[in-house]
Design a protein around this ligand. Structure first.
Ligand code: GLN
Length: 542
């Protein structure tokens, strides 16, 4: 029997609903249950693919090529369950499907309305593809009271009637602020937010209370009384030193016990949390530090590189060190000698990105890393920049650039218009729609025997996730290889370069895909583990 846990948020946004859901998923999994996490996003964009990373943070890409909310990254990092297209939906997607159906005449002339048509579509999404699962956790984006969230709240309200109390639970995440002048924790915002929830017909079963200090028993009882929940169902969610501590803390506070009791599940064995203890121990008790420079564009908003910074933490976990991240705006290096800022770093990472701004700075950073034998990791755009740098400065291709930008004479990186996915040929056009024109999702890649990439992965064929429009131009492969850049990963049909490396360098690797999307704290991605290992070696040199 599949049970559904709905996670809503109140009081303010940014309380970490995604993390809370992911951590509860991990705890249930640690009890032996099969779980899946899903996200309902009330905004009108069809998906986050076209949204600015400044506003929305990273776009998380799934194996099946969906561009989704970064919370799906948390879900995957905490449970290891690969997210799918069917785990993320927005108001925009629901409405565009309904409007398309209406235009086709599927409603046979009936009036199409929010209730029941929109709510039915949401409910269908929630319960679809859940065979064999014990728990599905569904996070509702935004905060209770938001206008655009109403159809989603209504849909999950209806689901309790449809599925029954024994198969549904509502968890509400709130904030319990401390007011210094009064010297008190305040429960009123939580009371109000629950009142709001009840006014639309939802009585939460569990309150998860974010707070910067322990919540005294009196306050807990007060919230239980005013919000109509059991006192043990008021769970404090205090600030922690590492996000990977959250499952352990929740367990200490009895969160998973309360959930199981709510569903009438008795005599369930205690969760096996050994792996989480090990992770937290390695994160909080590192044996050293390495300094990694991230030369990118959206460095002002860390959420824009969420999976990347987590993957670097995982690389640190693998090597028992802390990866200290130094965010640098690439544009700086267009006017300034990199030595001022890059001198002394143990590794340089140029992440993915779009658009021309800052690219010459990224090329300068790649050059610096190559010439000074500093470990360099180029991801997607970061690989393209390294290839352009090698073309210009190693292979002597004057005016080498990317057709994504204006300043190129020779497109060493160019737009591919046709490529193979499975048995299908996919096509895209220059100047086509911005949404949905990229090479997206998991693609296979063959690793060259004897290469560093092959040694790092330990297998001949890998599958990694992509999100880009441009590719390294295969016509330059021979010339670049003669100049010292090895193409060590290729698409199985040998048309798309996926990995390049410099054999004659301590660690210089560029990948066309996004390995950070698959890294997990309990299974650090081999490339990140190896990059941090190289940075550790580099740090011992100086
Ligand atoms: N802008 C580049 C492209 O579209 C790189 C994209 C990326 O780094 N994700 O190919």
């Amino acid at each position: 029997m599949t049970r559904f846990i709905f996670v809503t948020g109140g009081v303010v946004s940014s309380l970490g609903k995604g993390l809370a859901s992911a951590a509860l998923g991990a705890l249930l999994q640690a009890r032996g249950y099969r779980v899946r996490l899903r996200k309902l996003d009330p905004y009108i964009n069809v998906d986050p693919g076209t949204m600015s990373p400044y506003q929305h943070g990273e776009v998380y890409v799934t194996d099946d090529g969906a561009e989704t909310d970064l919370d799906l990254g948390h879900y995957e990092r905490f449970t290891g369950v690969p997210a799918r297209q069917s785990d993320s939906v927005t108001t925009g997607r629901i409405y565009s499907d309904i409007i398309a159906a209406e235009r086709r005449g599927d409603y046979l002339g009936g009036t199409v309305q929010v209730i029941p048509h929109v709510t039915d579509a949401i409910k269908k999404f929630v319960v679809a593809d859940t065979d064999g699962l014990d728990f599905v956790l569904i996070e509702i984006g935004g905060t209770v009271g938001d206008i655009e969230g109403l159809p989603f709240f209504e849909a999950i309200r209806q689901l309790r009637n449809d599925l029954g109390t024994e198969r549904t639970a509502y968890v509400h995440l709130t904030l319990v602020p401390y007011i210094p002048s009064a010297g008190e924790l305040k429960t009123k915002p939580t009371q109000h937010s629950v009142k709001e929830l009840r006014s639309i017909g939802i009585q939460p079963d569990i309150l998860l209370c974010r707070c910067d200090r322990p919540i005294p028993e009196g306050e807990r009882r007060k919230m239980a009384l005013f919000c109509n929940v059991k006192p043990e169902a008021v769970i404090p969610a205090l600030d922690v030193g590492s996000i990977y501590e959250v499952p352990l803390r929740y367990h200490q506070e009895g969160f998973d016990d309360v959930v199981l009791r709510l569903f009438g599940l008795k005599d369930v064995p205690a969760p096996n949390l050994a792996k989480w203890r090990e992770i937290v121990d390695r994160v909080l008790q590192p044996e050293g530090t390495v300094n990694i420079a991230i030369v990118g564009k959206y460095t002002g908003l860390k959420d824009a590189y969420k999976s990347l910074s987590e993957a670097l933490v995982h690389g640190g976990i693998a090597n028992r060190v802390k990866a200290e991240l130094h965010w640098m705006d690439a544009e700086i290096f267009e006017n300034e000698d990199p030595i001022h800022r890059l001198e002394g770093v143990d590794g340089i990472l140029v992440p993915g990105g779009f658009g021309e701004r800052g690219t010459e700075g990224k090329i300068a950073a790649a050059k610096w890393a190559r010439e000074r034998n500093i470990p360099y990791f180029g991801i997607c755009l970061g690989m393209q920049m390294a290839v352009i740098e090698a073309a210009r400065n190693l292979a002597g291709v004057e005016g080498a650039g990317s057709s994504e930008f204006n300043n190129y004479k020779v497109a060493v990186v160019g737009m591919m218009t046709e490529w193979q996915r499975g048995n299908q040929v996919e096509r895209r056009e220059h100047g086509g729609n911005l949404g949905g024109t990229m090479r997206l999702g998991e693609y296979p890649c063959d690793l060259l025997p004897g290469s560093k990439a092959r040694a790092i992965y330990g297998v001949d064929r890998i599958g990694e996730r992509h999100r880009h429009r441009y590719e390294i131009n295969i016509d330059y492969k021979d010339q670049l290889e003669r100049a010292g850049l090895l193409f060590s990963g290729m698409s199985p049909d040998r048309s798309l370069p996926e990995i390049v490396e410099i054999p004659d360098h301590p660690w210089f690797v560029g990948v066309q895909f996004h390995p950070e999307l698959k890294s997990k704290p309990f299974a650090p991605h081999p490339l990140f583990a190896s990059f941090i290992e190289a940075a550790v070696k580099q740090s011992r040199l100086v």
